[in-house]
Design a protein around this ligand. Sequence first.
Ligand code: SF4
Ligand code: SF4
Length: 128
Amino acid sequence: MFAFLLPFENAILECRMTYIVTDNCIRCKYTDCVEVCPVDCFYEGENFLVIHPDECIDCGVCEPECPAEAIKPDTEPGLDKWLKINADYAKIWPNITVKKDPMPEAKEMDGVDGKFEQFFSEKPGSGD
Ligand code: SF4
Ligand code: SF4
């Protein structure tokens, strides 16, 4: 999370930016991303990872590491749903900082449409 404050008369405007994980991570979960994060802000579900928006420092180094191209800056339009999913599950899933094997079906699932509706699991992963 990158935050800065802008004085505007007596009001304080806080502007937050973060990277988030989106649909194509589901049932791929390659975990290449976790190894490069300088602040260890990835959290692991059973078949998906999320980024904690309040911990992400918006450095962007994880985005090109994702083989599934699932990591996006939340400044891209239409990602409000994914920002909420990342924020909600980062609070309850375990932290992951070490790469592990991808899901067995990762290759077949890469690029499948509508993974969230079909396959998203609320169950936590095992973390580190
Ligand atoms: S590298 Fe991409 S697909 Fe793999 S766990 Fe990270 S976000 Fe998910
Ligand atoms: S690598 Fe950087 S952009 Fe990606 S989750 Fe970590 S702090 Fe955020």
